[in-house]
Write a protein that binds this ligand. Sequence first.
Ligand SMILES: [Ca+2]
Ligand SMILES: [Ca+2]
Ligand SMILES: [Ca+2]
Length: 301
Amino acid sequence: MLRPKIMFAAIAGVGVTALSALGGDVVVTTPSADAFCRQSVPTRSYGAAGGLCVAGTSSVNGSGAARGRFDTMIKFPTADTKAAFDAVYGAGNWRLATAKLTLSEIDQPVNAIFPRGVGEFDIFWFSNDNWTEGPGTPNSSVTGTGTMITWSYLSAIAPGAVQQSLGRFQNQGVFDLQTFTLTPTAGLAADVEGGTVVSLRLSPVTSTLGFTFHSRNYGNPDQHPHLALTAMPRLPGDMNCDGLLNNFDIDPFVLALTDPESYGTEYPGCSLLIGDMNLDGAFNNFDIDLFVECIVNGCRN
Ligand SMILES: [Ca+2]
Ligand SMILES: [Ca+2]
Ligand SMILES: [Ca+2]
């Protein structure tokens, strides 16, 4: 089994020219729906508000008035995300690597409906996508009907939904963007890899938390929530894309490294990036050692 090492040593010796970085692509998706709901007014719907909020039971606004608990739901479509990663890696040859949610905090919201306060909150992947944001606003809320998010509707669908924790986070009490690195759980990964809708639920941990941030309905799109996703090869080193990593991947790996154009012709459903063994977003000589190790000793991941 020493042959691969010898072969790659010879390839490295001929001085393969630098290959351009192909991966590490970040694909951003923005919400198709978002809405908060309030425990104290369980049938009211505020889905067209410019703000969203997650707040604890003891939250207060800028005047010290009790606001109570708020939860927020955000829905992200990922069909375009899937298409983008399919284009980079070949259809089905990738999996979700990282997910980061960015929210634009409003530390001193003007509308008195919103509380203020720093604390902890949880972000959950929420399996039920059967909800809508509705047309209500803080100054003109509506009685929620059908699938509009209200405290009552969320409470009704939550027991039948799977909720996977994507992490516990804290707001900063500033007027600025904040990015939260989410754990790519099975549910979140399946949604993104399937190109379906991702629903997130934000729930309070700290009773005095009052985290208010801009919604998708806010005027400036730069302040809207967004989810930044990256992918990695589903099976790094599977250069012939047959779902297995073995000796039959050696020749295509060498071809990809030395003659990417011919590789593309011979393996049209694959991608050079499947050879990104060290997951740095590029396929080049630095991936050789790990590939050889995987072939000879088996991969660590
Ligand atoms: Ca909304
Ligand atoms: Ca293979
Ligand atoms: Ca690499």
